[in-house]
Design a protein around this ligand. Structure first.
Ligand SMILES: CC(C)(COP(=O)(O)OP(=O)(O)OC[C@H]1O[C@@H](n2cnc3c(N)ncnc32)[C@H](O)[C@@H]1OP(=O)(O)O)[C@@H](O)C(=O)NCCC(=O)NCCS
Length: 180
């Protein structure tokens, strides 16, 4: 039998950003378990979707000929004048395609339009990929929480974007190539 053609494995994908729905929780939780050493539980996602009035949740799904697949997600909390990025992740196979950048752009713009003034988040001191992403948006380290994470007692950096203003979404790509 012939090996699958290169064309078949490099199918064109479209990425769609939309609100997280209850039926996404299984996919989100499966990613969460693969990505984080101390994953959020399914119940915590149910709480965010159904009972936390301060919470907004977003996903990016990859749409192709096959079933749409959740490949990135973000949970944020609107706390008075502050936006807190509570969780953001991209499926390993879909990284470095600017999907996290697109999600962040979207939630920051949305918060700015709603009149929120600043944004914060916590990140592991050793998570240089995420820190580079946040720094590109203007987040700066404002505090360090020693031994914050329960699994390895790693420090957390508290990062803040002091002045929330509309970011430029025009440069964000709508499509990409699978397996690129
Ligand atoms: C951090 C994470 C969300 C980035 O997602 P991503 O979709 O791959 O990021 P993007 O493609 O949008 O990258 C945007 C910018 O972030 C920075 N960046 C992202 N990944 C990076 C890496 N591995 N090393 C260095 N910089 C990186 C770069 O500045 C990049 O811009 P560039 O591609 O023009 O160089 C992803 O690696 C991830 O899910 N990690 C595990 C979960 C996690 O750490 N979440 C954050 C918790 S605080």
């Amino acid at each position: 039998m012939n090996a699958p053609s290169r064309q078949a494995t490099h199918q064109k994908l479209t990425y769609k950003l939309r609100r997280m729905r209850r039926e996404d929780i299984a996919q989100v939780f499966s990613l969460e378990q693969r990505i984080f050493p101390t994953p959020w539980t399914q119940k915590s996602y149910e709480f965010e979707l159904e009972r936390n009035p301060a919470s907004e949740q977003w996903v990016i799904e990859a749409v192709s000929a096959a079933e749409p697949q959740v490949v990135a997600y973000c949970v944020c909390w609107l706390l008075g004048e502050e936006l807190h990025i509570a969780n953001i992740a991209v499926a390993p196979r879909f990284r470095r395609r600017k999907l996290a950048k697109r999600l962040l752009c979207f939630v920051l713009n949305r918060a700015a339009e709603k009149g929120l003034r600043s944004a914060t988040l916590e990140v592991r001191a050793g998570n240089h990929a995420a820190q580079a992403l946040y720094a590109a948006f203007g987040f700066v380290e404002v505090a360090r929480r020693p031994r914050y994470y329960s699994d390895n007692h790693e420090d957390a950096l508290l990062m803040q974007l002091p002045q929330l203003k509309a970011a430029d979404l025009a440069s964000q790509p709508e499509t990409g190539r699978e397996g690129a």
